[in-house]
Design a protein around this ligand. Structure first.
Ligand code: BDP
Length: 659
């Protein structure tokens, strides 16, 4: 067991069973045929009839399943719906549900459920920790790796229906005729699994690829270039999804290079895509090294543009206002642009969460954002309801996440990182599913249904996100990572001449008085970007949730926390708790050896050792460094540091990210 099968470890049904039941379908469509094939190979229940009824439009690409004990009837309005139903039936079977008596209707919460690959054309993956890119550009379009189809199947099995193939820091080359041939080959391989291909577009492409004097979106020549390019793409790929764009952000080109707005840029691309039904996902991840708090900048830049975007533009917004930290409040831009479709961008790849070394189950993090109340239209205005179009009436809804997939045999580097890919797909389909349920389904299908294994592993997964928050950045601390690679701690980090908003001190502000970022009215006033009652709740040190305290406040070391401890003591306890949690994960895991295969058992065991060491590294580095400001002892009942701060400061990791 090397993890290559992911959660798709179905055993083929024996001939005897197969002869006793039929899977019937009247259709030639290849997606529907695939649904039939999957059931023929693996379904152990009674006969199934699969039917397409285009009239039941409300189902979109969902399905209805009815089973009365003698047979199962599946209806969908689109071919992909039948495929998703087939995988749902197999999921029920593999998780031990009753597969004969069924009365199910499932309609996905989002139209576009999309992975963002940060894959470069040289096959390095930005912030990727599972080896090189899956896409073998040099072999394409002639040679097709078998993994393309396996990848598509895995996605389809959890309802993911779209993928952006290349990095948001996009090479213009992806839009050349040569590369479009290669992209077409991938699109062709994915199509029957219901997956549409999208591309990240470099805003300067007209200038770089065809020598136009500039890429000004208001110039006719530039607009015509995009119209022609889009036409070329659609002749290759008639169901092409559209563009994802990172513009005027971290050095990427964009409309502002020509004094134009994000809306001008997005609309030019949207107009070119419109005749084909394509969409533009325009990222709101923008910030500059100015006097203004980085956390406020996306809101300041985008809110004034509300109502100015074409209806096939969706603003893609990271879950938190800074950058995929272990914990952030939701980005206040959600719910602040009533006339503009918005989508969440999560990060499945663990850039800030221990790469593929740490076991961190991300469903609770995803749900924390989706369930977050924005109060934009009073109560019941969660991020989920804003983005799934329950509030407002948007043409197409979407949800995205940066993939953690690479060439590694087990796809994601850590066996448990597969669960985060799985969880994203399941939540994109139904954001009401609980993290526990998703974890449990995944464990059943990936490992075993043995309750003595399922229960403790589910608990371990559920505890893992709080553990990483505790040993890295408790109480609202953020971005105190080592420069650039973002793996280990570097709260002391400072680069001469470097951008302040990339330096840890910018975020923690530790001094002899206290620690934390004052985002209240007396500070950067980022709290004011939130609707009431959040503005008041976050803005008052007495009511601010403690897990976000240092995000919103600069708090004196001696401040009394809810449990009576001082802030300093509580910080020490949290770091220590994170370390103890990982130690517990190790004990839990070691007890489970008898239930699973040796390979995956030992591989996870070794990763937990790294995680335990890293947790102590984080704790010692942060506490020893902050102690120089607090001047208080680490509470004596806690384990003592085992590192010297000066030694930790010298650690240099060879973990340059590929950019
Ligand atoms: C940050 C990454 C950087 C990405 C950037 C982005 O450090 O590599 O290019 O986000 O999302 O998290 O554009």
């Amino acid at each position: 067991e090397d993890g290559s099968q992911l959660w798709l470890r179905y055993t083929p049904v024996d001939k005897h069973i197969a002869q006793q039941r039929t899977i019937s379908l009247q259709a030639k469509d290849q997606t529907m045929q695939l649904a039939k094939q999957e059931l023929e190979s693996y379904w152990r229940g009674s006969s199934i009839s699969l039917r397409l009824d285009k009239k039941i439009k409300k189902l979109r690409d969902g399905y209805q399943i009815k089973g009365d004990g003698t047979g199962v009837e599946v209806v969908a309005a689109e071919p992909a719906g039948l495929l998703y139903a087939a995988y749902h039936l197999l999921r029920l079977q593999e998780t031990g549900a009753d597969i004969e008596h069924l009365d199910i209707e499932e309609i996905p919460d989002y139209d576009i459920r999309i992975l963002n690959h940060w894959d470069n054309l040289d096959r390095t993956v930005e912030r990727g920790y599972a080896g090189y890119s899956l896409w073998k550009w040099d072999e394409l379009p002639k040679q097709l790796s078998p993994r393309y189809e396996q990848y598509a199947r895995a996605n389809a099995s959890i309802g993911i229906n779209a993928t952006v193939l290349n990095n948001v820091n996009a090479s213009p080359q992806i839009l050349t005729a040569d590369y479009l041939e290669k992209v077409k080959a991938l699109a062709d391989a994915f199509r029957k699994y219901g997956i549409k291909v999208y591309l990240s577009a470099n805003f300067s492409s007209p200038k770089v690829l065809d020598g136009l004097s500039d890429s000004d979106p208001l110039r006719k020549e530039v607009q015509a270039w995009w119209v022609a390019k889009v036409k070329e793409i659609y002749t290759h790929i008639p169901d092409f999804g559209g563009f994802l764009v990172k513009a005027n952000s971290e050095g990427q080109p964009g409309p502002q290079d020509y004094g134009r707005t994000h809306a001008d840029g997005a609309n030019m691309l949207a107009d070119a895509l419109k005749p084909y039904g394509g969409v533009v996902m325009w990222r709101a991840f923008v910030y500059n090294p100015t006097e203004e708090d980085r956390a406020k900048q996306a809101y300041q830049e985008f809110v004034p543009l509300d109502g100015k975007f074409r209806d096939n533009v969706i603003i893609q917004i990271k879950n938190g206002p800074i950058d995929f930290q272990p914990r952030e409040p939701f980005t206040p831009l959600f719910g602040a642009m009533e006339k503009t479709p918005q989508m969440v961008e999560f990060q499945i790849t663990q850039e800030y969460l221990g790469f593929s070394n740490h076991l961190v189950y991300l469903a609770p993090l995803f749900k924390e954002t989706l369930d977050a109340e924005t109060y934009s239209q009073g109560p019941n205005s969660s991020v989920a309801r804003i983005t799934d179009s329950s509030l407002g009436n948007h043409q197409k809804t979407a949800i995205s996440a940066v993939a953690n997939i690479g060439e590694d045999t087990n796809w994601t580097g850590h066996h448990f990182a597969q669960a985060n890919w799985y969880a994203f797909g399941r939540l994109a389909w139904n954001h009401q599913l609980s993290s526990e349920q998703i974890a449990e389904e995944w464990i059943y299908q990936t490992f075993t249904d043995e309750p003595n294994f399922v229960q403790p592993v589910r608990q371990l997964m559920m505890d893992s996100r709080e553990a990483v928050v505790d040993y890295m950045m408790p109480l609202g601390l953020h971005h105190i990572f080592a420069f650039d690679h973002h793996y280990g701690p570097e709260p002391w980090g400072d680069r001469k001449g470097g951008r302040p908003d990339w330096m840890p001190w910018y975020y923690h502000n530790a001094d002899t008085v206290g620690i934390g970022f004052d985002r209240t009215k007396s500070g950067s006033d980022a709290v004011s970007q939130y609707h009431e009652p959040l503005r008041t709740l976050y803005g008052d040190i007495k009511s601010c949730p403690e897990n976000l305290l240092l995000w919103f406040h600069h708090v004196p070391w001696g401040h009394t926390m809810k449990n009576g401890r001082t802030l300093w003591d509580e910080l020490c306890f949290r770091y220590d708790r994170g370390v103890q949690d990982v130690r517990e994960f190790q004990k839990t895991w070691d007890r489970l050896e008898q239930y699973i295969d040796a390979q995956r058992f030992t591989e996870v065991q070794s990763k937990l050792k790294i995680q335990a060491k890293d947790a102590v590294w984080w704790k010692d580095a942060c506490l020893l460094y902050f102690q120089a400001f607090s001047n208080m002892p680490i509470p004596y009942e806690l384990e003592r540091p085992i590192h010297e701060l000066e030694t930790l400061k010298k650690i240099k990791l060879d973990m340059k990210h590929h950019n």
